[in-house]
Design a protein around this ligand. Structure first.
Ligand code: TNX
Length: 498
């Protein structure tokens, strides 16, 4: 068992006990300029050392050599030298992140233990989602969160840009959205929106961290805010069986600041609605360089089933026609006529209920694949413990770190193989979360468990791909996280290294 604090677990780790590379200010980083920049910043943050620009006493040499699968890297550390080789720029970046986890304080000063590592991802899609609709999160919060995720080898930032409480992306084709539908949030907190330049800045920052942005406009439910801007496309709130749960009741044309779901719907079949969908998705496709557009499709309890099927099928085809791959929450799998290749995002439980697994399998039957976000494992907005100040509990009560870790992706939806699974994504809904401190408090340390599900080999397929090993490895990441400014709660399930 390795006790090196490496998360997610690399494919192969071979330590050389006793030996180490001394990290001092006269070490130079040579080779690839981007990776050298990443390492200079990481080492400065972690240790306070400004590495020399001159050919130093010893070197950390970094290069892309084209060898190995996408995003893979190899690293070797001995007393004299550190070498990192990436198959591509992303692989080299991940090698640098691994090196950051290896840096340790010791009586001899800063050291990197001697080790050989070879590493490659299990899944191509490794996502985090941030809900910027229930509470708006500004560009600096989003970029801080995506840097945290990239350091754990996530490569997708899914932005949940719209919901009942607000529409968060200004669009030239539909100016009333930013003007009238963006100023509210849960609890009456201030709203906000991104300008196209803000959105481009997020995308650029994500790209610099080897992350792709997957934007979501949630439809046909979760659309109350749209009615504030374009009332002709919004159906009246559907309050049958509505449980306000102590919160306000939605009123057409007025901002909604509660936490209820499932009451709103676009007006299906109306020409105005089709034009709206076409406009907002066309502009989103133009603004988005990445291959995916997510159109929601969850919890549309206010939309009759036949209308729902018509709407999601049509919307998936609009996205395909725009040259993008559609992504939808698993409920959309109920529609017969989705665009071939549509990706389904499963948010049921580790043990599926209510046919959620059947919905997910339907995407595969139509040539698509599945993203796994089992809610009782990787919904980072669930309370970590019953007494946690932030978070919700609907997904089988509080989610411990052990439960966040102890699930195997290929065992969730029966009938799926590894090839049917595009990847794993950990969503963070923000009904109870106002700022980066709140994000950190809920995301950490469970985001590390999700990272391991997304990157590392299948559960049990390596000696260290176990809860006991993870618990030990993650305990050593506290000092790195602290220097990165992450205010993680010291979960009592882990014996944290001081
Ligand atoms: C379910 S997951 C939702 C969201 C909520 C979340 C809270 C999903 C596709 N829909 O609307 O924010 O639960 O945990």
């Amino acid at each position: 068992m390795t006790s090196l604090p490496l998360v997610p677990l690399p494919s192969s780790v071979t330590p050389s006990p006793g030996a180490f590379f001394a990290l001092t200010a006269d070490v130079a980083v040579t080779g690839d300029a981007d990776a050298a920049g990443v390492l200079h910043r990481l080492i400065l943050t972690r240790t306070g050392l400004h590495l020399t620009a001159d050919p130093g006493r010893a070197v950390i040499d970094v290069a892309v050599d084209g060898d190995g699968p996408p995003e893979s890297y190899r690293m070797s550390v001995d007393e004299h030298r550190v070498s990192i080789r990436g198959a591509d720029a992303a692989g080299l970046f991940y090698g640098a992140q691994t090196l950051g986890q290896l840096i340790a304080g010791s009586p001899e000063g800063w050291v990197i233990p001697a080790v050989d590592i070879a590493d490659e991802p299990r899944f191509a899609y490794r996502g985090v989602m941030l809900d910027v609709a229930r509470h708006f999160h500004d560009v600096s919060t989003v970029t801080a969160y995506l840097e945290r995720a990239a350091s754990l080898k996530f490569n997708v930032l899914h932005l949940h840009l719209t919901d009942d409480q607000g529409w968060r992306l200004a669009l030239a084709s539909r100016p009333e959205l930013a003007a009238r539908a963006s100023s509210s949030a849960v609890g009456g907190d201030p709203g906000g929106f991104y300008t196209p330049d803000d959105y481009r800045a997020i995308i650029a920052h994500a790209a610099a961290n080897h992350m792709t942005v997957v934007p979501e406009f949630d439809m046909p439910g979760h659309t109350h805010a749209v009615g504030l801007a374009y009332p002709e496309v919004a159906a009246a709130p559907s309050l049958e069986g509505w449980d306000a749960a102590g919160g306000p009741t939605p009123v057409a044309g007025e901002p909604y600041s509660g936490m209820g779901v499932g009451f709103s719907s676009l007006r299906i079949g109306a020409p105005a609605t089709d034009a709206f969908v076409e406009d907002v998705l066309t502009e989103l496709a133009e603004l988005t360089p990445g291959p995916y557009l997510h159109f929601g499709g969850d919890e549309a309890h206010g939309t009759p089933a036949a209308d729902f099927a018509t709407f999601v099928a049509r919307t998936s085809r609009v996205i395909s026609r725009l040259g993008k791959t559609p992504v939808a929450w698993h409920e959309a799998g109920a529609a017969d006529d989705l665009a071939p290749g549509t990706i389904g995002q499963y948010w049921g439980f580790i043990t599926p209920t209510d046919g959620a697994d059947e919905r997910a399998r339907a995407f595969v039957a139509r040539g698509g694949r599945v993203i796994l976000s089992p809610a009782d494992a990787v919904y980072l907005d669930m309370k970590p413990t019953a007494d946690a100040p932030l978070g919700l509990t609907w997904a089988n009560g509080p989610t411990s770190l052990e439960r966040a870790y102890s699930w195997e992706p290929v065992d969730v939806v029966s009938g799926l193989t590894d090839d049917d699974i595009l990847g794993v994504e950990a969503p963070l809904w923000t009904e109870t979360v106002r700022d980066l401190d709140g994000i950190d408090a809920l995301a950490f340390p469970r985001i590390a468990a999700a990272a391991e599900a997304a990157w590392s080999v299948a559960t049990g397929a390596a000696d260290d791909r176990t809860w006991e090993s993870f618990r030990e490895r993650v305990s050593g990441l506290g000092p790195l996280w602290t220097t990165l400014g992450i205010r993680f709660p010291a979960s009592s399930e882990v014996a944290w290294t001081p």
